[in-house]
Design a protein around this ligand. Structure first.
Ligand code: SF4
Length: 255
């Protein structure tokens, strides 16, 4: 379904503000991005990049992760938080990659989501960023929050949010849209203090759920749940981060 005029304007404003949005996680291969994305859960990208700087020198292949003593891998990723669970998932995931896929990351959503520790969000990050495959829209905490405030969805569940976003946004925009929305959530539309006053999307944003506060301007013209008014919301539909050259600031973010 083609985007309506308000959605087109949101896409256009995001593209103008974040023309070169890309992944803020450092990686040189799909395997490194997969590992970094698993580590990024409940952790800032900055911290993940600190950890992976030495991790990626020590572990170069899926087999390296699979064959390492679990306690050693735990220690190597400890500062990213939830390290026991992450280490277990990374090791199980890499065992399968090594055993079934020759150590390579398969560029297929159905296969990726079957790997330990890999959900749709991680799979979408890897497919979109490492392979350039627009498999869906990455719905992390930023994309979910900004989408609701913009009135693009009323859902809370990431899978439902992704379904609704992919139904109204052209597939060719899915990868860039994910990166730009994450960037926007960090720069302007932060959870506690959205900077609506300076936000480049303010004129098209109904600011749904944003309390009137110091930075929040009155809601834009598209108020009162545009997801219900202008946006098409079929119940089902097709269902895949970021540092831009034009960045004005350095962001930290949790996925
Ligand atoms: S106007 Fe406010 S609520 Fe809307 S996207 Fe911008 S910062 Fe977020």
């Amino acid at each position: 379904m083609p985007p309506n005029s308000r959605t087109r304007e949101i896409l256009s404003l995001l593209a103008a503000e974040y023309p070169d949005a890309s992944c803020a996680l450092d990686f040189r291969s799909p395997l490194e991005l997969l590992i970094a994305t698993i580590l990024s859960a409940q952790c800032t990208d900055e911290r993940v990049n600190q950890v992976t700087r030495s991790l990626f020198k020590k572990y170069r292949t899926a087999r390296d992760y699979a064959s390492a003593p679990l306690s050693e891998l735990e220690k190597d990723i400890q500062s990213t938080g939830f390290f026991r669970n992450k280490a277990k998932n990374i090791q199980s995931c890499c065992e399968r990659l090594d055993r079934e896929f020759g150590g390579k990351v398969p560029p297929e959503m159905d296969v990726l989501v079957e790997l330990p520790g890999v959900g749709r969000k991680t799979a979408n990050v890897v497919l979109g960023t490492a392979f350039g495959i627009p498999s869906g829209i990455v719905v992390d905490t930023h994309v979910a929050r900004v989408s609701r405030r913009l009135g693009l969805t009323e859902q809370n569940d990431p899978v439902k949010i992704e379904q609704e976003l992919t139904a109204i946004i052209p597939q060719s925009e899915w990868i860039a849209f994910s990166h730009r929305m994450i960037r926007h959530g960090r720069r302007y539309c932060q959870a506690k203090k959205p900077n609506c006053r300076d936000c480049p999307l303010a004129k098209v944003c109904p600011k749904i759920g944003v309390a009137e506060g110091a930075n929040a301007l009155p809601a834009g013209p598209a108020s009162k749940s545009p997801a219900r008014r202008g946006e098409s919301k079929p119940p089902t539909g097709p269902r895949s981060r970021a540092r831009s050259a034009g960045s004005r600031g350095k962001e930290k973010g949790k996925r």
